[in-house]
Design a protein around this ligand. Structure first.
Ligand code: ATP
Ligand code: MG
Length: 568
């Protein structure tokens, strides 16, 4: 490919809205352009990267026994009503009507459609197990589309669905996919970690997320430096920490004028925030619920939603809080709440608190020496708080570490959630009808491309892992008007191209410095500079994008040197 023919409009300036590095660099280097919020155009270089990632995925999916198909993006509401997700999915679902006013949605995921397919044609245990997958656009009207390709409203996903006759079959399919995912992200040249995960709106029992480790990641994960335990903080269990019990003392009320935050109250009373009980009110669908955690802890919404299942969980408004407690938000507490018919969920740590402090449900006052079970009761004690760095590993007890990650893939054991609601069954050897056991496995292809950039860049631009780079090599003749140099560069270009190396020759009549800048920004893994040295001693400069220094290679060794770098 001649650089002058390559459609890669580079920019000096970064779009103001670009917050993360992958967004900035992919726009600047001419890989993507925004069409509308969360919807992008993939330019030729991006398309090549996407195709490389897709090729790696296809190879692994096929080898694992998957068969590729293509399902419709437009999906009828009937199927979603049958599965029960038409209403649950809420505003994230792009909905549309046809000319007859029939309702459809643009597929955010394909459990319904694929189950519909399989229930038509799979009827016997002989048809199972089965693995079907596709790579196509998905649509989700995200609340906050941002970070460029990392959170789009239109994005590319590989989704595979497994169909088995029993749990053991599902376990096997799941293990095969887990392995394949590990292989895929390794082949993409990424630093990643599989973590235990919540199965969320898709439903089901077991799940893992594959996280690309990056400081800009939206997900927080905990991992054990000693054993192999790693989990999304959304689900990582908090082990109750045994504390020394003090003697229980009688509660009393104390004026705390103007003290409404945990910090203010703790400072005013000269107590650590661990001695305070934080009372937080939520609107869970139509209901107002109260949640108690220790003053220095945070509530984990995902855990809370497991304890109190609801579709929509939001912080309650000031008015709602006052209507339940009769008092301003800064002075609320658990005493008397349960009596008022409000469900109160308390974190496990609350149960062990002795002589604690909480709001008195009276403006300007807090209660001191409050004890659970004596001064107040709760509906349920559960693990509902967010885990923190240094807490013990649930497997081996060693203090956990925290990291941030970008979720590039997720695998789920669905079980019979969709086969039951959509009635996808098979007959076993005895002629008995059973529900098919399902699993689903997604990879964000466009997000993986962005995640690769988040992990591989420097101040000059992108540093593609060679496996997914749009081209392997850029050849830079320092002057295209110098006939000897140009002819030599072209000769090298031809040799590399015919050996199957993906190569661009920078044929532009530009200064070498400009060409180097563009080469770094775009992120070609290998740069070959043809200049004076070639005329003098038949040598070119080879520079790996990832390294600072170049080295000289004589004409005869260029192909073998390049091949060696690519193969690694
Ligand atoms: P998230 O929690 O980040 O919103 P998710 O858990 O809803 O993602 P899944 O339903 O598991 O996503 O989808 C499978 C994969 O699709 C994800 O692992 C991710 O790589 C990708 N993906 C999901 N949503 C988006 C999006 N809005 N933009 C780009 N990729 C996405
Ligand atoms: Mg997910």
């Amino acid at each position: 490919m001649y650089f002058s023919k390559l459609y890669t409009p580079t920019l000096r300036e970064v779009p103001a809205e670009a917050e993360v590095i992958s967004h900035k660099l992919l726009v600047r280097a001419g890989y993507i352009r925004k069409s509308s919020s969360g919807v992008y155009m993939y330019l030729p270089l991006a398309q090549r990267v996407l195709q490389k990632i897709s090729a790696i995925i296809r190879e692994e999916m096929n080898q694992a026994g998957g068969m590729e198909l293509m399902l419709p993006i437009i999906q009828p509401s009937e199927l979603w009503l049958e599965s029960g997700r038409w209403n649950v999915y809420g505003k994230e679902l792009f909905r549309l009507n046809d000319r007859h006013n029939r309702e459809f949605c643009l597929g955010p995921t394909h459990e319904e459609i694929i189950t519909d397919l399989v229930r038509m044609d799979v009827s016997s245990y002989r048809h199972l197990p089965l693995m079907l997958y596709q790579i196509q656009n998905k649509y989700r009207d995200e609340r906050r589309p941002r970070f460029g390709l990392l959170r789009g409203r239109e994005f590319i996903m590989k989704d595979l669905y497994s169909f088995d006759r029993d749990q053991a079959g599902l376990d096997e399919s799941y293990a095969i996919m887990y392995e394949a995912y590990t292989e895929i992200f390794t082949k993409c040249g990424l630093d990643f970690r599989p973590v235990e995960a919540d199965s969320g709106a898709i439903g089901g029992s077991g799940s893992h997320e594959f996280m690309v480790i990056a400081d800009s990641g939206e997900a927080a994960i905990v991992y054990c430096p000693a054993c192999n335990y790693a989990a999304n903080v959304e689900i990582a269990p908090c082990l109750p920490q045994n504390s020394k019990k003090d003697n229980i003392l009688p509660a009393y009320k104390k004026a705390t004028p103007g003290m409404t935050t945990i910090e203010e109250v703790a400072k005013f009373l000269n107590l650590p925030s661990q001695k305070l009980i934080k009372t937080i009110f939520y609107q869970a669908d139509e209901k107002i619920i109260a949640v108690l955690v220790r003053g220095d802890r945070t509530v984990n919404d995902i855990k809370l939603q497991r304890v109190h299942p609801c579709d929509n969980l939001e912080m309650a408004s000031h008015e709602q809080i006052t209507s339940v407690t009769g008092c301003e938000a800064g002075y609320v507490g658990p005493v008397g709440l349960c009596v008022k018919d409000t469900e109160v969920y308390a974190d496990l740590e609350i149960k062990d608190m002795v002589n604690a402090v909480c709001g008195a449900n009276e403006e300007g006052f807090h209660l001191l020496q409050v004890n659970p079970g004596i001064d107040f009761n709760v509906t349920k004690y559960e693990d509902i708080r967010q885990i923190e760095k240094g807490e013990p590993c649930p497997k081996c007890g060693i203090p956990l570490d925290l990291a941030r990650g970008i979720e590039v893939g997720q695998v789920f054991k669905l079980g019979t959630k969709y086969s039951e609601s959509l009635k996808a069954t098979f007959l076993d050897e005895k002629g008995q009808e059973n529900y098919i056991i399902m699993g689903c496995y997604g990879i964000g292809v466009s997000r993986t491309m962005a995640a690769a950039v988040e992990q591989n860049y420097d101040e000059n631009g992108i540093i593609w892992p060679v496996q997914i780079a749009p081209y392997h090599v850029v050849i830079v003749p320092v002057s295209v008007s110098d006939q000897a140099i140009w002819t030599a560069a072209l000769d090298i270009y031809k040799e590399l191209s015919s050996a199957g190396v993906e190569v661009v020759i920078d044929d532009r009549d530009e200064r070498a410095g400009v060409k180097f800048k563009d080469a770094d920004l775009i992120g070609f893994p290998i740069r070959i500079t043809v200049g004076k040295k070639y005329i003098e001693s038949n040598q070119v400069e080879v520079k790996k994008r990832i390294e600072k220094e170049h080295f000289n290679v004589s004409r005869n060794n260029i192909l073998s040197t390049v091949k060696e770098i690519i193969a690694r």
